[in-house]
Design a protein around this ligand. Structure first.
Ligand code: ZN
Length: 179
């Protein structure tokens, strides 16, 4: 994962104060993570590293656009994201980034930290709950029209099945059996 090494921040010899860093991530970044729901994108990352005597504070912001799969038509589309959070870094026996969302441990004696996992997580935290193509300015769905037509047909067929008296009869028999 050579690509991810560019997100390593050295803090050895820094004074106890704030330092600013800028990064960008694109398609290759998300390709480094096997189960990424984000398929690509262009995201600016800002890091404010606050060096303290026995800890570090990482204030990380992600802002840009990412490509994800639409839940309705399954085509990929771009979603704007904007998210920021603080990570507290303390020193312990072993490096452990899987503690709490806002708190991680770095092995004593380390003098740099790689923030690619936090960038990856923050980009995913920023995703909306419902993921659909946005409507255009006329209120028309931006989804793949062919897929919409298939979905529409499917929905109509389902309705007909429900209205079919044979189904009603079957349901009645089934319900009686349950009793
Ligand atoms: Zn769609």
């Amino acid at each position: 994962m050579k690509l991810l090494s560019q997100y390593t921040v050295p803090f050895n010899g820094l004074d106890n104060k704030d330092y600013d860093f800028d990064f960008t991530v694109s398609d290759e970044f998300f390709a480094c993570f096997e189960n990424s729901e984000i398929k690509g994108g262009d995201v600016d990352v800002k890091l404010i590293l606050t060096k303290k005597t026995h800890s570090l504070e990482l204030d990380i912001s992600v802002s840009g656009k990412v490509r994800i799969e639409c839940d309705r038509c399954l085509d990929e589309y771009y979603e704007d994201i904007d998210f920021s959070n603080k990570i507290m870094v303390e020193f312990g026996e072993e490096t452990n980034f899987d503690t709490d969302d806002d708190f991680v441990l770095l092995k004593k004696g380390e003098n740099e930290i790689n923030i690619s996992q936090f960038i990856y997580e923050f980009c995913h935290f920023a995703l909306p709950f419902t993921r659909y193509h946005h409507d255009d300015e006329n209120g028309n769905s931006g989804c793949n029209p062919e897929m919409l037509a298939i979905l529409d047909k499917h929905r109509t067929t389902n309705k007909q099945e429900t209205a079919d008296p044979r189904w009603a009869k079957l349901t009645e028999i089934k319900n009686n059996n349950v009793k």
